[in-house]
Ligand binder design. Structure first.
Ligand SMILES: [Fe+2]
Length: 296
């Protein structure tokens, strides 16, 4: 499609460019936002990244935004102001009490659809993007989350996707997966049924982004927004001591080598399936805040 545009530059370039630009929609799935370094990365880099990539809609895993563990209500509003359109979460979504109270009336945060029916929050949302109805759903894997006991996502997904397709041209799934194996299985399970199955949770950007045989974009994990010179966005020294001593201690946010990571999915608006998927790594300069004791 882009080759055709380039070759036709002298004749009706802008008409053809417009034609090309409305043929596809670009969705950016940001990896888990990890603490203040992650927020700072969005503050300093998201606007430029979206412009560079031509993003139409941005989805982010936000369950680690507040100190790495959960999402406070105020932080959720801040992320929307910084340019995210929809937030998702998994096993850490209910860690902050004010968010749990806010979720029943919050229009921009998704909880896993395979949680029990009484769980607070919405499991999916349908929005309009460039004139197309786009449904985004969140699910969590069976593996890796023993304390939550979610319903089997493979039993739930066909009903969920069928329901979403009644009202949407394009369906996207954020799959909060405790293992890459289950995420890949879900990708193949829904291949051709949804435009994308984007894994998240491990905070490690995987090298398996691909278009599956029937047109679904897939990646096991879309990484993190935060420090990459760290253990999952946290300072390595503290995490190391936990393993050496077995004594629990607080994790501390790391501020070195901060990146915006994620996956960019291009969807054909006619077929509702993916044309491309690309893993994204964008280094962003951020400043570590001065500690309170150092100011005094
Ligand atoms: Fe998680």
């Amino acid at each position: 499609m882009y080759m055709i545009c380039a070759n036709d530059v002298p004749i009706g370039f802008f008409t053809i460019l417009r034609y090309c630009s409305i043929m596809s929609l670009k969705f950016l799935f940001l990896g888990e936002i990890t603490g203040r370094a992650g927020i700072a990365a969005l503050k300093n880099g998201l606007k430029e990244l979206k412009a560079d990539l031509g993003v139409d809609f941005t989805i982010a895993n936000a369950e680690g935004t507040t100190n790495g563990f959960g999402l406070g209500k105020a932080h959720s509003a801040q992320l929307m102001k910084l340019g995210v359109d929809l937030l998702t979460g998994g096993e850490k979504l209910y860690y902050k009490v004010d968010l749990v109270e806010f979720l029943p009336r919050c229009p921009y945060i998704l909880r896993p659809a395979n949680y029990p029916q009484g769980a607070p929050g919405r499991p999916f949302k349908t929005v309009e993007v460039k004139g197309r109805r786009v449904a985004i759903a969140d699910m969590i894997s069976s593996s890796g989350f023993d304390r939550i006991s979610p319903m089997n996502p493979f039993a739930q997904a066909p009903h969920l996707v069928g329901h979403l397709k009644e009202d949407a041209d394009i369906v996207l799934l954020q799959f909060h997966s405790g293992t890459t194996a289950e995420c890949a299985t879900m990708g193949h399970f829904l291949d051709g049924q949804v435009a994308a199955v984007i894994g998240t949770h491990s905070k490690v950007l995987t090298a398996d982004a691909m278009i599956l045989p029937k047109g679904t974009a897939f990646i096991s994990d879309n990484g993190r927004c935060g420090s990459t010179l760290s253990v999952g966005g946290f300072a390595a020294a503290n995490e190391l001591r936990k393993f050496i001593t077995a004594v629990p201690e607080r994790s501390h946010e790391a501020w070195e080598e901060v990146e915006l990571q994620g996956a960019l999915v291009t969807v054909n608006e006619d077929t509702g399936l993916a044309e491309s998927i690309e893993a994204i790594r964008r280094p962003v300069k951020v400043e570590r805040p001065v500690a309170k004791e150092a100011v005094q």
